[in-house]
Design a protein around this ligand. Structure first.
Ligand code: GDP
Ligand code: IMO
Ligand code: MG
Length: 428
């Protein structure tokens, strides 16, 4: 198996950064194919924590890291992140970091519109990260977006003045807000262009050459399956396609280049932002998971909502992504609970629902149907092979494999790169 896609199966923050960092050791190139700095991916190496929002999580393993065409990039944030990583001793230059010419650029009006919509009370509050992600993807679809290739183009100023005029009309007339100073915008983006121009490249051609040379590509998903614009809990989703199929569109390679797909599954469920969450807990167990799992957003610092694992969701993710294996994360967090619940289906009115419902009204009224398994007291964070895990832990894992009909390839028992049990190495 050579080229591998890694995606989140739930509502994001499953631990993708940790697993990508770990598996990047066995890859040559790591590609992000969607999303932007709404993502916050945490890596912990030798006790030191790194959080990346835009730079792929292969950077600590000194791999070539690619910002694919499917991403939306705030250039100021990217420059700050490059500086942050350099300060921490990470080598970043145009040899190791490449930005697609076709990736879209987040502009100040995207952030202003995101914030205005979330705060105005006129439209449904999504609980976005406020980074301008949705408005940037809107402009991409409306063919008004600015790509990196356009940022480098001599018509940049003319194009931006025209788009900003329209955005300012909307901000001022509809939201009664201050307008964007277009002269300042052009000056700022001129500065960004000078710094980032050397990183901009034709990624599709680069990846094709890499594959022909026998290089191994790792595709790093952001967000999670249930935040997908098509298949997630719409409208409480992000504005990109987060599932494995988009690894191809978002990077410019064909589907025959993908060999396997690993879904990251947190051993319980979390969600940040608004939207239905059938297994959400409002009791002491929810507090226990939130505190022990340190469930605070890596991007916005918001408290994450917590609940039991939901196999209706995981089965949905297995199907939507063609998952060939699972990586189960944060298993250590469940230690100390007397019993653990696994949601196996939903009860809706007098019906039993096995497949994740499309209607949010239905989903909002679904009651989880649980199977209860015994917990374990032991701290498993120092365990490195399956045989050393407590019996009850192994029973829990077996049940997840049975219900998802998918093998667990990796188990994460702590945030550190080495705090991992490798069951079936995806690259060996
Ligand atoms: P991502 O967005 O999917 O990359 O995940 P985040 O980085 O936003 O959130 C996952 C959090 O859990 C981070 O703070 C990680 O350091 C941490 N983490 C990852 N795996 C484990 C694990 O197995 N156990 C524990 N206790 N923490 C973990
Ligand atoms: P990673 O990659 C968790 C959520 C937001 C909000 C919704 C829309 O770290 O797993 P957006 O700003 O994208 O328009 O917000 O999506 N969201 C995430 N939740 N993890 C993420 O990324 C997220 N990225 C966006 O909280 O509910
Ligand atoms: Mg995150």
């Amino acid at each position: 198996m050579s080229n591998l896609v890694i995606v989140g199966t739930q509502w994001g923050d499953e631990g993708k950064g940790k697993i990508v960092d770990l598996l990047a050791e066995y890859s040559d190139v790591v590609v992000r194919f969607q999303g932007g700095n709404n993502a916050g991916h945490t890596m912990v190496v030798n006790g030191e924590q790194f959080i990346s929002h835009l730079v792929p999580s292969g950077i600590l393993q000194k791999k070539i890291c690619i910002i694919g065409n499917g991403m939306v990039v705030d250039p100021g944030v990217l420059i700050t992140e490059i500086d942050y990583l350099k300060e921490k001793g990470v080598k970043i230059d145009p040899e190791v970091l490449l930005i697609s010419q076709k990736a879209h650029v987040i502009m100040p009006y995207h952030k202003a519109i995101d914030a205005a919509r979330e705060g105005c009370g006129k439209s449904k509050k999504i609980g976005t990260t406020g980074r301008g992600i949705g408005p940037c993807y809107e402009d991409k679809a409306a063919r008004r977006g600015i790509r990196f290739i356009d940022l480098l183009d001599e018509d940049f100023e003319k194009n931006v003045r025209a788009v900003t005029e329209e955005k300012n009309f909307y901000l001022q007339s509809f939201h009664k807000l201050d307008t964007i100073d277009v002269d300042q915008l052009i000056k700022d983006y001129d500065g960004f262009r000078k710094i980032l121009a050397p990183y901009v490249a034709d990624i599709s051609v680069f990846l094709d050459n890499a594959v022909r040379k026998g290089n191994r590509i790792l595709f790093e998903g952001a967000q999670g399956t249930h935040l997908d614009i098509d298949h997630g809990t719409y409208p409480y989703v992000t504005s990109s396609s987060t599932i494995s199929g988009n690894a191809c569109c978002g990077s410019g390679i064909g589907p025959k280049r993908i060999d396997s797909v690993i879904g990251i599954v947190k051993a319980y469920t979390t969600r940040v932002g608004e939207g239905p969450f059938p297994t959400e807990l409002f009791d002491d167990t929810g507090d226990f998971l939130q505190k022990k799992g340190a469930e605070f957003g890596a991007t916005t610092g918001r408290k994450r909502r917590c609940g039991w694992i939901d196999m209706v969701m995981i089965k949905n993710a297995v199907r939507l992504n063609s998952l060939t294996g699972l990586a189960l994360t944060k298993l250590d967090v469940l230690g100390g609970l007397d019993e653990i619940r696994i949601c196996t289906s939903y009860a809706y009115k007098n019906q039993r629902i096995e497949d994740f419902p499309v209607s949010l009204n239905v989903l909002g009224e679904c009651e989880p149907v649980y199977e209860t398994v015994a917990g374990w007291e032991e701290d498993i964070s120092s365990v490195r092979n399956m045989e050393e895990l407590p019996d009850n832990t192994r029973k829990y894992l077996k049940r997840i494999e049975e219900l998802s009909e998918t093998p667990i390839d990796l188990i994460s028992v702590g945030p550190g790169r080495n705090e991992t049990i490798m069951v079936n190495h995806p690259f060996k």
